[in-house]
Design a protein around this ligand. Sequence first.
Ligand SMILES: *Cc1c(COP(=O)(O)O)cnc(C)c1O
Length: 363
Amino acid sequence: MSRAFNFSAGPAVMPEAVLEQAASEMLDWHGSGMSVMEMSHRGKEFISIYEQAEADLRELLAVPAHFKILFMQGGGLAENAIAPLNLSHGGAMDFVLTGSWSQKSLKEAGKYGTTRLAATAQADGFTTLPAPATWQIGADSRYVHICSNETIHGVEFHELPDLKALGCDAPLVVDFSSHVASRPVDWSRVGLAFGGAQKNLGPAGLTLVIVREELIGHALPHCPSAFDYKLVADNQSMYNTPPTYSIYIAGLVFQWLKQHGGIAAMELRNIAKAQLLYDFLDRSSLFENRVAKDCRSRMNVPFFLRDESRNDAFLAGAKAANLLQLKGHKSVGGMRASIYNAMPLEGVQALVAYMREFEKTQA
Ligand SMILES: *Cc1c(COP(=O)(O)O)cnc(C)c1O
């Protein structure tokens, strides 16, 4: 068996130990005689899996007691509708545009209330982040939305904005799909955070919502019941059948994170991996990253060959070297290396070694 280094943006690389454990438990989970995917979500076996996963996540991310953790479905894109359905009160919402994902959120929310542009980095081609002090937030704002890591453009907020310090009482809504669990979260600045699991937490199908209790219970009348945060919270995320197998695998990932020192240790590893790659890119004559240094993503690293006619040769050589899924998103072009928690340092070292070699042979 040979496992490649997989730089996919999502669904993405998983910790090998988690895959092995899931394989060993596939037919018979802990002597239950059942696979997890065959269990009732209301049975004691699955309830124990669910409760452990929630407790581990709360511990890992240091989620305060006055926040609910909801395990939902629909992905980040569905949350672009579900969040406004629950939080907008039909009023106005402010959006900070920093790339493709916040752009999608803005567009979708317009179906459920008035949307406003608080700030945009579009003129810079989404290679910078607008400084919070410049954001234009309405006094009647129901919430302010940011995407704290733009998976496609490769920009990341290294500190969440402090809306209160800007004189704004509205809650902050954060799409943290692609860097959740890669670094600690300052919950004192967050009203609600959501993210699909398939970037950094587990397989597709599970969507994480972590929300302040007082924001729950205000859904618009036409909000689908299965997407009403209050119904979901009151039913321990089991108003309808939750994505049981995805929750189980995410739970194994949470245990893997704990065994590896938790989020603080993960952050240090992620800093080291990103630094290795960015340092190489910044010194290279053949490759470049165009994102401003202070807002570069630690998870998603877009880069370009200065001579784009060599793109195909680069990708073919990478594949031959077992370095997969490096092609950039079609809206940006070039290349992208996603280096989530489960990507070992050795994977980034192998990528940099390949790029160095490619540079030599092309010189
Ligand atoms: C992948 C991604 C999404 C979309 O997730 P889906 O599960 O496809 O709906 C939303 N936001 C960000 C930041 C993402 O990276």
